[in-house]
Design a protein around this ligand. Structure first.
Ligand code: NAI
Length: 255
């Protein structure tokens, strides 16, 4: 109930999917949560629902590829909630599934902009606030595609591999300031991203869902809470000796 009491957390891409679960679970553990997303209706509705449930929550319409907007929203979050302790760099896109020789430069650049530059901007502008708080926790959403080849989505793989090693570099850089930085590598988690991906690649959603689930040794896809609970832990003081770690939550996919 209170594992994150007194902490303020920003969750990028927090309106739906994994980010939404993070916002809900972190608020449930006592955190004040700031949801950054391009989906304004969903983001506002979630912040309102959390507030009505007795939590402290707010929404900022932010595109993580817009550095000025990211900085402004982070500064406003810290001002509104009295500082910042946790940043969850969750916003991400998969891009169209196609082989490398068919990927356009624009498609490549867009995936890197959201998945890599978005993490850079969030980290860059959160650090001064985490430093001012005497430390903090940054959780970066990478993927199994940042650990191994999955196939068919090379811009996504490149972006998630970049997030994995950016995480380790930042972990070392900021460890003296007690700012911990870790990456999470989910297998398939049932969210709008995966649903859209399966709809784009199959005519039979239920069959595609079962097939995607079956690649995990545990035999099924994960759900957003499977990731959110790990984010709660990494954000909490329970994980005070954990930095630079890459945590696969993938039903055994990469085992
Ligand atoms: P989702 O597509 O269901 O939700 C992503 C959220 O990010 C949405 O609310 C979306 O509006 C927001 N977003 C996208 N671009 C944005 C931008 N430029 N600025 C601000 N917000 C933006 O995705 P899902 O599945 O919840 O994924 C969350 C993270 O987890 C992503 O980084 C994804 O790559 C990663 N991941 C997801 C897996 C899965 O199976 N669902 C597997 C491995 C990694």
């Amino acid at each position: 109930m209170d594992r994150l009491a007194g902490k303020t957390a920003i969750i990028t891409g927090g309106a739906v999917g994994i980010g939404r679960a993070c916002a809900e679970r972190m608020a449930g553990e006592g955190a004040k949560v700031a949801i950054f997303d391009v989906l304004a209706d969903e983001g506002r509705a979630l912040a309102d629902a959390l507030t009505e449930a007795g939590h402290e929550a707010a929404f900022w319409p932010v595109d993580v590829t817009d550095e000025a907007a990211v900085k402004t929203a982070i500064d406003e979050t810290a001002a509104r909630f009295g500082g910042l302790n946790v940043l969850v760099n969750n916003a991400g896109i998969s891009g169209a599934p196609k082989p490398t020789d068919q990927v356009t430069e624009a498609e490549w650049d867009r995936v890197q902009a959201v998945n890599v530059k978005g993490v850079f901007f969030g980290t860059k502008h959160a650090i001064p606030h985490l430093r001012a708080a005497g430390g903090g926790s940054i959780v970066n959403l990478s993927s199994i595609a940042g650990l191994i080849g999955v196939g068919g989505v090379s811009p996504y793989h490149a972006s998630k591999g970049a997030v994995r090693l950016m995480t380790k570099n930042d972990a070392i850089t900021y460890a003296p300031e007690r700012i911990r930085v870790n990456s999470i590598h989910p297998g398939y988690i049932w969210t709008p991203m995966v649903e859209n991906h399966l709809r784009a690649t199959s005519d039979d959603l239920e069959a595609a869902k079962a097939a995607a689930g079956s690649v995990h040794p545990l035999g099924h896809m994960g759900e957003p809470d499977d990731i959110a609970w790990a984010v709660v832990w990494l954000a909490s003081d329970e994980a005070k000796f954990v930095t630079g770690a890459e945590i696969a939550i993938d039903g055994g996919y990469t085992a």
